[in-house]
Design a protein around this ligand. Structure first.
Ligand code: PLP
Length: 381
């Protein structure tokens, strides 16, 4: 959109133009159903196989461990519901999830609670980090699954996934991490991280909406969530969205290739923004900035209600969010910020600026200037 400054990349990103052009023939020419046994189907399956190989290589997995889904929400639900239900067969009935998980994961946890699981919500400290001693306190031989996101979608704060995974395994529990926000900014190595399951989503890294990945380590039993056809090795029914799968792999490959360059740029732009708004008093950054993605600035402007700020910024051409896009229409304060100890009123003074690789210095300076002016105006200064 012309003249708009888009600072909501944690909600979604525009599709990379090269990726868009690359997949166009998969809608028109190579349109086959990847499960059809004839030449047109085989062509489609060939493209899916290649995409699966690409994704697998990039996350250090085997191709047979990569499952395509309809996005991060499905992947999160599948991992948590499918993993816990499978573990229940061993008699385990406790599930541990961090209190700051995405609503997709929290919904799955609530569903398990209704099924009779005991669900423990792990607290975070004021910096937005889960403390491992809290995990140690609640892990037991009854723990079926631990879910801890790699990076939080509202604050960008990174979580101690590798250590938590090791701790869960000591109790023979499954470990799942939602890497939807992290995938665009860090290299994923499922072997090094030691996770059993990991999810990510195409539209966070300039790929397609409605297409995601669930990695399931080979040998890990997970019940299926979406049944029907025998697609995805019998574990996830539904005709594969071939163009999106191809686009996801292409966009992810490009993202990983450009990772260090884009992260450097994002760090510089974030620093520039903070510098430019430093003339304002009463600004607090939510979350540990030393341990966060380079793209997200969650800022609290004391005395300024975020809904009024967002509305005013939108009118001036700057697209921002209060937190998770899925919850942005709701008036509820962020569960992430309140878990960090902010009061409801403080949470409602907080705004998420999420930068992207296409943002320019000029845009950041202009957004900062408008932020300063808008905060002052709303404060009546
Ligand atoms: N998990 C996290 C951390 C997210 O930020 C999101 C989307 O914002 C999701 C899961 C859901 O992914 P999708 O939009 O692909 O369903």
């Amino acid at each position: 959109m012309e003249n708009r400054i888009y600072l909501d990349h944690a909600a979604t990103t525009p599709m990379d133009k090269e990726v868009f052009e690359y997949i166009a023939p998969y809608y028109t020419e190579f349109f086959g159903n990847a499960d059809s046994p004839h030449a047109v189907g085989r062509k489609a399956m060939g493209a899916v196989d290649l995409a699966r190989d690409t994704v697998a290589e990039l996350i250090c997995a085997k191709a047979s461990e990569v499952y395509f889904t309809s996005g991060g929400t499905e992947a999160d639900n599948w991992a948590i519901l499918g993993g816990a239900r499978a573990k229940r067969k061993e008699g385990k009935t406790q599930v541990i999830v961090s209190a700051i998980e995405h609503h997709a994961a929290l919904f799955a946890a609530e569903t398990l609670e209704k099924e009779g699981f005991e669900v423990v919500y792990l607290p975070v400290n004021s910096k937005g980090e889960v403390e491992l001693c809290e995990l140690e306190k609640v892990l037991s031989q009854n723990t079926a699954l631990v879910a801890m996101m790699t990076a939080n979608n509202e604050t960008g704060v990174l979580q101690p996934v590798q250590e938590a995974s090791r701790m869960a395994h000591a109790y023979d529990a499954l470990f799942f991490t939602d890497a939807v926000q992290a995938a665009p900014y860090m290299e994923i190595n499922v072997q090094e991280w030691g996770v059993d399951m990991l999810s990510f989503s195409g539209h966070k890294f300039y790929g397609p909406k409605g297409c995601g990945v669930l990695y399931i380590k080979s040998g890990v039993a997970v019940e299926k969530l979406v049944g029907g056809g025998e697609q995805e090795r019998g574990l996830r029914g539904g005709t594969l969205n071939v163009p999106s799968v191809v686009a996801l792999a292409k966009a992810y490959e490009k993202t990983v290739q450009g990772l260090s360059q884009s992260n450097e740029k994002l760090k510089a732009l974030s620093a520039l923004f903070m510098q430019e708004i430093s003339v304002l008093d009463g600004v607090t950054r939510n979350g540990n900035s030393e341990n966060a993605l380079p793209s997200i600035l969650n800022l609290r402007f004391a005395g300024v209600e975020n809904t009024a700020f967002l509305y005013n910024m939108d009118l001036q051409g700057v697209c921002l969010a209060a937190g998770s896009a899925c919850a942005s229409a709701s008036v509820k304060p962020s569960h992430v910020l309140t878990a960090m100890g902010l009061s409801e009123a403080q949470a409602k003074e907080s705004v998420r600026f999420s930068l992207g690789r296409r943002n320019t210095e000029e845009e950041i300076k202009k957004a900062a200037r408008l932020t300063v002016e808008t905060v002052r105006r709303l404060r009546g200064d």
